[in-house]
Design a protein around this ligand. Structure first.
Ligand code: GLU
Length: 273
């Protein structure tokens, strides 16, 4: 078993992150497997080395150890671009110039939206380019019309989940592979790196559960294995609100400063040793 913790260094580690990291760590250790650390810092406008250092320090303080070198996504851009170019050459991608406002205006009816917001109405679909490689500063969408499997399946929390191509069209739409700000998208880089690190079990918060169908679809297109997924409940504050990175009040650093012990943190998230 190989699990991982994959934080984005855009803020302090809080209780929710600690919960995720401890779960993934303990699961691997209990199985005699490995626990890996990956820094998801593709968004260089928000990622800070100081946050990364703090994350590593907090994890070590919590008593978590990780195996092998830390994988840093910002150092793997050329690899992601190589995969994007390949998807482009195979006709899977198109350039999307829609603004958020354009997308809302084109929606025929109000909708709940998918993992990344409103389901893209397909305005730019069909726009073709003869360029050998796509621009690096454009939004590139995956054209679901080029997806050849009629259904995908994966394991989530021990249960088999089946998703048909029609489900993908309805609940996800043409998702983003290349972004203006960060070149690659979270979906693409997470899939490439879970495979590169031979992750067998992805442990993460329920907020990412809906994105999993995108990841599995991409694994099919790229010929990559599908790990088992485990999505855990989110830690909420006393008012029931989900903890966000900006909630410094619940940051591990703050608890440390107040003299709480690592065992105390484990108790707070219900994972006492
Ligand atoms: N980097 C993501 C985050 O900080 C987590 C990605 C994942 O676990 O798949 O929310």
């Amino acid at each position: 078993m190989i699990t991982r913790f994959a934080p984005s260094p855009t803020g302090p580690l809080h209780l929710g992150h600690a919960y995720s990291a401890i779960l993934a760590h303990d699961m691997a250790r209990a199985a005699g497997g490995q626990f890996l650390l990956r820094i998801e810092d593709i968004d260089q406008t928000r990622a800070r080395p100081a946050w990364e250092a703090q994350i590593a320090d907090d994890l070590a303080w919590l008593g978590l150890t990780w195996d092998g070198p830390v994988l840093r996504q910002s150092q793997r851009m050329s690899l992601y671009y190589g995969v994007i170019d390949d998807l482009w050459r195979k006709g899977h991608l198109y350039i999307c110039t829609c603004t958020r406002r354009d997308i809302h205006a084109a929606l025929s009816a109000p909708q709940e939206g998918g993992p990344d917001g409103p389901i893209y109405p397909g305005t730019c679909k069909g726009r073709r380019s003869t360029a050998a490689t796509p621009p690096r500063d454009a939004v590139l969408r995956f054209d679901l019309d080029t997806f050849t499997d009629q259904a995908i399946s994966f394991q989530n929390n021990g249960l088999r989940v089946d998703v048909t191509l029609d489900d993908l069209r309805r609940d996800v739409g043409d998702f983003v592979i290349g972004r203006k700000d960060s070149g690659t998208s979270y979906h693409l880089s997470v899939v490439i790196d879970d495979a590169a690190q031979d992750i067998t079990d992805v442990v993460r918060g329920a907020d990412l559960a809906a994105a999993t169908q995108i990841h599995v679809a991409l694994q099919r297109v790229l010929g990559l294995p599908t790990p088992r997924y485990h999505h855990h409940d989110l830690i909420r504050d006393a008012a029931g609100k989900r903890l966000a990175k900006r909630d410094d009040a619940k940051s591990i650093a703050k608890f440390r400063a107040e003299g709480i012990s690592p065992a105390g943190i484990r108790q707070m998230v219900g994972l006492a040793p």
